[in-house]
Design a protein around this ligand. Sequence first.
Ligand SMILES: [Zn+2]
Ligand SMILES: [Zn+2]
Length: 223
Amino acid sequence: MSKLSNEELLTEIQKFKANDVSTPEFMFTYIAQGFGIATNGFCLAWAKLDGEQESTDENNTFVTNSLMPLIKNHQKQVFQPFSFPEIHTTDCKECGGKGFTRPIKRKCEECGGSGEVEFGNTHNNYECECKTCGGAGEFVTKPDSSDGEKEICTAFNCVEGQLFDAVMPFYDGHINPLHLNMLKDYPDLQIAVKKGDSIGIGVDKYYFKSGNGLNIIIMGSRG
Ligand SMILES: [Zn+2]
Ligand SMILES: [Zn+2]
């Protein structure tokens, strides 16, 4: 993979967009100042596009206020060759390595959650224990049962109960290998000699550039 064409660069950059709709700004590929740019909030990727580009997002405040300062900072860095660090996994403390947390409770429809059903005639009313739920009024799927619905663990970086972690070379810092893996086929990958300073949220930032024309910033996984 050598330097990519504009079309190939934009296809590659698009992989760094977010897939979910929680942050609308993360769902687009932007064109500004001759760059194609995309971010998912953890990684930011951009490339200088060849020739005259129609800058559709020159005045977009998310681009000018949040992304451009990072790109400017990246341009000041000195780079050195990068080799991929060893990857470790540990059990997520939130879910104990299971990948799901709280049991799911569902109200019994037969008794409306009271655990009792009424029956009777015009003279008498009887209440007795609901047979459907055994008087509990609800059904509970325990998180350690092998079937049934579960609440997926939402702890930061938890993937099916495992936390992926890699200690970065040169720095006393950590990175999520799931983010780093996006660069695994990139040629001549280089990393900035110095860790990124704190623009925006105050976590470590790792500055990369690749022989295919992409520049990438990845947030550290620990502050
Ligand atoms: Zn978890
Ligand atoms: Zn019931």
